[in-house]
Design a protein around this ligand. Sequence first.
Ligand code: MG
Length: 268
Amino acid sequence: MKNVPLSFVACLGIASLFVASRAMAQTEPAKQNPQSTEIWEPVPPVVTPGTSAPNASGTTAPSDAIVLFDGKNTDEWVAIKGYAPANWEKTNEGPLKWPVTDGAMYSTRGFSARSKKEFTDFQLHIEFKSPEKVEGTSQGRGNSGIFLQGRYELQVLDNYNNPTYVNGMVGSIYKQAIPLVNPSRKPGEWQTYDIIYQAPKFNKAGMMTEFAYVTVLLNGVLVQNHTAIRGTTEYIGYPKVQAHGAGPILLQDHNNPVGFRNIWIREL
Ligand code: MG
């Protein structure tokens, strides 16, 4: 060490500390925080969707669909506190009291919506509208979500000129699958989701033997193409495998008044 410059020794020390802390981070997933599972790059390209008439009433249900919201009342839904299965599986807060105006219902502070009916494989159509008045940034702008079988969140977010982590943007399976592109419309304009969902399969021991798969079009543009969903949506940490049967559609309240209309589903 006699002729080795002190700065070189210091560098070696810092480098080994860095390597040690990296190794530690990989072996201690219990110390994750919400940022641990955020991905920010590369950003999916912006695509301008085809036009839609802004005042049109949207896409009405085909003859064989189950209508979950027809613009008149919230009879097909109950209110729930929180959106983890532990919060909604055994209890609910009674009738959903989201305000219904002009054929749409609006998420309000404190209660998410759970469909009374439960589903396995399905095609789901749903239209949503971010608040016209732009408030907040990143995950705080027009945040809601559609939880498939109550467990797997297809994110709803105002991502029109609103950067956020890309595995949490609109069209993502939250923190699991980045959308192919970003075909967002402007805040205050109605947008459409068309979702084809295949439920996961489990054996008697509760092990997942087949992933869930989802294909999603946002405003008519493909954003998820037969994407495997490997476990539950988690804000902190990795997806979890939880055996389950049929599950509800759940609409998240995230303290932003997001509008929903023309919700219908076809069992497959
Ligand atoms: Mg959300």
